[in-house]
Design a protein around this ligand. Structure first.
Ligand SMILES: C[S@@+](CC[C@H](N)C(=O)[O-])C[C@H]1O[C@@H](n2cnc3c(N)ncnc32)[C@H](O)[C@@H]1O
Length: 283
């Protein structure tokens, strides 16, 4: 089978799930990865006949895509803020917005000409936020909590892979407190924030493959995680320290109201213009 035959087959097989542009993007990612070629080399080699092992691998990938499996889980890795991170079904696939949040935090500290010495990431998943912070602020101590053993295992592998040290802890945001005398410069969280009633608008492949534990929150108390973290920030964030949240844009004002007292806080928009982040500086 030539590359062009494989592409034709893929367009036929995936036409109900993806637009033609999306299929092209997925094919480029898969072919580059499976043939170990970069984009330029792929153009240079042209329409070659696939080796049997590559053909078998790509057909398997195609069948998984047809079953809605996200390409990131098929490949088992993503690039996030210059880091290579392993991902599997224990962790949320890191989103572009989260990378935006990390970039925003870095820019804030660059402008302040300061470096946070002690950082905590609540609900770390793959470790994407904690690892990025530790990479950008190499002298900082970084702690990261998650309740999921599977997520923490993978986050630990990611730390090893990138030769970064993080103090990972299996702790529940809802059940544990930080020790009263422990003070942090920077707290960050992208906690679960989707009430089940919002499932309707979500992509099938997210619902089918990504962990419910990472996505959903109690319908009646959708801001539960934020409230618990703000409570800890009131005790354990240094004066002048920063708290950043990724938030549900449909609950933006309610989430902001949690940090209306004791913080100078504001809603920040993502590149699509949606209110997706909060920055709160402790007064
Ligand atoms: C939206 S995901 C964010 C993952 C990662 N920080 C990111 O931005 O891609 C939320 C994370 O919170 C974790 N989580 C859910 N309930 C928790 C709890 N009670 N305490 C600590 N972590 C929790 C989930 O396992 C998941 O990894």
């Amino acid at each position: 089978m030539k590359i062009s035959d494989f592409k034709q087959l893929a367009h036929e097989k995936l036409k109900l799930q993806f637009s033609s542009n999306e299929v092209n993007q997925l094919l480029t990612i898969l072919i580059e990865e499976r043939l170990s070629l970069n984009r330029l080399d792929l153009i240079k080699v042209g329409d070659i006949t696939l080796k049997p092992e590559h053909e078998l691998r790509l057909i398997t990938d195609l069948n998984l895509l047809a079953q809605n499996k996200p390409v990131q889980y098929i490949l088992g890795q993503v690039n996030f803020f210059g880091l290579k991170l392993l991902v599997d079904e224990n962790v949320l696939i890191p989103r572009d917005e989260t990378e935006e949040l990390v970039a925003l935090i870095c820019e804030d500290y660059r402008l302040k000409q300061a470096n946070p010495a002690r950082i905590i990431d609540f609900g770390t998943g793959s470790g994407c936020i904690a690892l990025s912070m530790a990479k950008v602020f190499p002298t900082a101590t970084v702690e990261a909590w998650d309740i999921s053993e599977g997520a923490l295992g993978l986050a630990q592998e990611n730390a090893k892979l990138n030769q970064i040290e993080i103090d990972f802890q299996r702790k529940s945001i809802l059940a544990e407190q930080l020790e009263e005398n422990q003070l942090y410069d920077l707290m960050i969280s992208n906690p679960p924030y989707i009430p089940p009633s919002q499932k309707m608008g979500m992509e099938e492949r997210v619902l089918q493959y990504e962990p419910d534990l990472a996505l959903f929150v109690d319908e009646k108390e959708p801001l539960l995680f934020y409230a618990a973290i703000v409570k800890m920030a009131k005790v354990n964030l240094k004066q002048g320290g920063s708290l950043y949240f990724e938030i549900n844009q449909y609950l933006a004002d309610q989430t902001l109201s949690l940090v209306s007292e004791g913080f100078e806080s504001e809603l920040l928009r993502d590149l699509n213009g949606n209110s997706r982040f909060i920055r709160a500086i402790k007064a």
